[in-house]
Design a protein around this ligand. Structure first.
Ligand code: ATP
Ligand code: MG
Length: 722
């Protein structure tokens, strides 16, 4: 490849960053200014011009998806595969390191990753074993406490309790939890990072090997690193190697999870020879979208300050739509997407972004209704679904019998008549003997510590897992999965359940076979068995994507998940006070600014057209709430927006006008509400979707289960609440 090609598609500032001499550097720039592009070209430049081997490059991205894309882009620039280059998330890289050096890290060879849900269950079991009441010691809060401390690099013995009883107890729980993890070879997400850090601190020779190996370290989305991640980078960098970080303080959106935007300042302090390069030209969005996003973020204080401009067109105004309720909002969005598709566009170029995962359900239903395929990132996580975790539980036990989390999960699923009493005996035995529940079970059976039915049931379970282990040794991965959920009785259990939900679970189990078939053992895991590699993949990827094919589909995700991505058409849904900014914002200082940064991130995902929608009435978490338009909408200059009303479009809204409409109330006086289930003599049951007119002319649109959508004159229709 010609070197000039590497620099051709860059502006002057970007070129300066890509072709900079080897040194430490910070690229600080706003959304869509080409930071990620610079990182990709820089890596190619390092190999091509500085002759750095791919083996000596380490790049950190925020998601696994971003890592895959980055590798793909670099490989296509270089025209060859680059397997020896390390590209991944902090968690993925830490995991890789721990696998390679499990003994030095004090872990069993086949240690398992504990995801957030497993961790929650384990915390609950620890509380139970300590005889602590969950009402006083909320498991979620304990989980938060443990992870928070790990993110700060703190083990129980490092925590100062100042004689405070509650603090002491929390620390004891943390300690008991950690013992339980260590006993079963379980590593939670925060532990991956902390262990990887300790591994280097305790093994200076190993550290120095990696310092020599990784001559170039590059980090994308640096503004969202937490303290332990930064500490890990500091250990690695600043010797003979060098580091380039790219970030945007305005896009720091994980403060609530321990990310520390001050790490940018720390970096400048700790790497005081670093050069800072700013990029100011935005290549992603229209002038209007950029102007609006800049105006919103200007309401925050204490920014590092950046100018962002584009020489592109102003494009279309941002459309704001006020739905009567969340169903109306969803229907509006879906109808716009259908129009967009009819104009010859691809569905995958459109994205619906929302603040909370719970918002996706209504959107999904509307998409299903319209027959539009969609793909969800995060949220409905395939590998986190109950039935998948059950099946994986069996596979995990086969892979590593001492995995207590897996043991607890499946020992009585499906029911084998193993009661809570028996389990308590096993747990207690494991605690006293300091062994896994698997070992405890074997011992109890041998010593005849259990009686009658319980002993029989346990023995059957042990035999089942042992038989699986023997049978699976020679089978390909997908057959192991199938064997696990069939022989264990899981499949039969869901088959017996009937109903749509059980059907979906069966389909998901089938889908697991497909996921196994499609799984390719990654280069870095070539020393692991395919089963172990797949289980690690399932834990690490769980949060990111649904296991579905590459069909053209609308993209659904939270704004958090959308970081770093871009789409020609973007919808931001639920932009209303109480949702976005969220209710919690008032309770914590600094949260409002973080919400505003989130809004900035969402808006700047849009390339050509942005819609921002909200619902005046919303049912969420089983409650009805009336909301007003988000303050963020009012922070957008009026000339950048148009407000869309049903059948009418107001091109210049009066600020503060985003409020409830009067006709909506008169409709509700008719006794019906949008979204309500109603019954019609002839058409049967359906859902109220829409209405127009008033008095005798009032008409209502109902989507009937059997007959589809119909407009009816309200005074004739004789609808009844169903
Ligand atoms: P974010 O802050 O959202 O992560 P970013 O700064 O990483 O954004 P990129 O994703 O790298 O920005 O780039 C945004 C878009 O602009 C991409 O589509 C990219 O290909 C394009 N782009 C960047 N630089 C140039 C350039 N010099 N010429 C043409 N297109 C460019
Ligand atoms: Mg980026």
């Amino acid at each position: 490849m010609d070197v000039s090609e590497l620099l051709d598609e860059l502006n002057d500032k970007q070129r300066e960053a890509v072709a900079a001499p080897l040194s430490n550097s910070l690229i600080l720039a706003g959304a869509g200014s080409g930071k990620t592009r610079v990182l990709v070209h820089r890596i190619a430049w390092l190999m091509q011009v500085e002759n750095i081997a791919p083996y000596s490059i380490l790049a950190v991205t925020f998601t696994n998806k971003a890592a895959r894309e980055m590798r793909g882009r670099i490989e296509s620039l270089m025209g060859r595969p680059l397997n020896t280059m390390w590209i991944g998330t902090f968690h993925g890289l830490a995991h890789r390191l721990l696998r390679a050096h499990y003994a030095e890290a004090n872990l069993p060879e086949n240690f398992q990753i504990l995801d957030s849900d497993d961790q929650y269950r384990l915390v609950r079991r620890v509380l139970k074993a300590m005889n602590l009441d969950e009402k006083h010691w909320a498991p979620r809060q304990i989980q938060w406490y443990i992870n928070g401390n790990k993110d700060e690099g703190l083990r129980p013995q490092h925590i100062e309790t100042h004689g405070d009883h509650t603090q002491q107890k929390m620390r004891d729980i943390y300690e008991a939890y950690q013992d339980a993890c260590d006993r079963s070879g379980l590593v939670d997400f925060a532990e991956l990072l902390l262990r990887a850090h300790e591994l280097w601190v305790k093994n200076p020779e190993l550290l120095s090997h990696y310092q020599r190996r990784f001559r170039a370290v590059l980090v994308d989305e640096f503004q969202d690193t937490n303290n332990i991640q930064y500490a890990w980078l500091r250990l690695l960098c600043g010797h003979d190697n060098n580091i380039m970080i790219v970030g945007d303080d305005d896009q720091s959106i994980y403060g609530w999870r321990g990310a520390n935007v001050d790490n940018i300042q720390h970096f400048l302090r700790d790497f005081n020879d670093a050069t800072t390069i700013r990029l100011e030209q935005n290549y992603r969005s229209t002038g209007t979208i950029l102007k609006a996003a800049n105006a919103v973020i200007e309401h925050n204080q204490g920014r590092l300050g950046k100018e962002l401009w584009t020489d592109g067109d102003n494009g279309e105004p941002i459309s704001i739509y006020a739905g009567f309720n969340e169903l109306d909002e969803a229907r509006f969005i879906i109808s716009q997407i259908a129009d967009w598709q009819n104009q010859g566009n691809q569905l995958r170029e459109s994205a619906i972004l929302y603040r909370n995962n719970a918002q996706s359900r209504v959107l999904e239903e509307a998409l299903l209704h319209q027959g539009l395929p969609y793909r969800i990132y995060g949220g409905l996580r395939f590998f986190e679904r109950q039935e998948i975790k059950d099946a994986l539980g069996y596979m995990r036990l086969v892979s590593h019998a001492h995995d207590d989390a897996a043991f607890e999960r499946v020992v009585n699923t499906p029911s084998r008549g193993l009661g809570e009493r028996t389990l308590a005996t096993i747990r207690e035995h494991a605690r006293v003997q300091n062994c896994s529940m698997w070992q405890a079970s074997l011992q109890l059976l041998q010593e005849k510590g259990l009686k009658g039915r319980a002993a029989n049931a346990l023995e059957q379970f042990i035999n089942l897992i042992t038989a699986m282990d023997e049978a699976c040794a020679e089978l390909p991965l997908e057959e192991q999965a199938e064997y696990a959920f069939r022989q264990s009785g899981l499949y039969a259990m869901y088959q017996a359940e009937k109903g749509e939900k059980a059907q979906a679970r069966l389909e998901n189990l089938e889908e697991l076979v497909t996921a196994c078939k499609q799984f390719v053992v990654p280069e870095e895991a070539d020393e692991m068995t395919p089963l172990a590699a797949f289980l690690a993949h399932a834990s690490l990827e769980a949060g990111e994507t649904q296991a579905t094919g590459e069909q053209d589909a609308v993209q659904l995700m939270t704004i958090h998940t959308a970081k770093g991505l871009e789409f020609p058409l973007v919808f931001m849904a639920g932009v209303e006070e109480g949702m976005f900014p969220s209710q919690m914002t008032n309770e914590e200082p600094g949260r409002m600014e973080e919400e505003r940064r989130l809004c900035y991130v969402g808006m700047t995902r849009a390339m050509k057209k942005l819609y921002m929608t909200y619902a005046e009435m919303r049912r969420l978490y089983g409650q009805e709430k009336y909301h007003t338009a988000s303050r963020f909408l009012r922070e957008i200059p009026v000339e950048c927006v148009e407000e869309i009303r049903l059948k009418t479009t107001v091109s210049r809204p009066v600020p503060n006008r985003f409020s409830r409409s009067v006709s909506h109330e008169s409709f509700e006086q008719s006794g019906f509400t949008l979204g309500q289930r109603v019954r019609h003599r002839k058409f049967g049951e359906g859902v109220v979707l829409n209405y127009e007119g008033s008095g005798d002319h009032a008409r209502v649109q109902v989507n009937f289960d059997e007959f589809g959508s119909k407009w009816l004159v309200l005074s004739f229709a004789k609808l009844e609440p169903a």
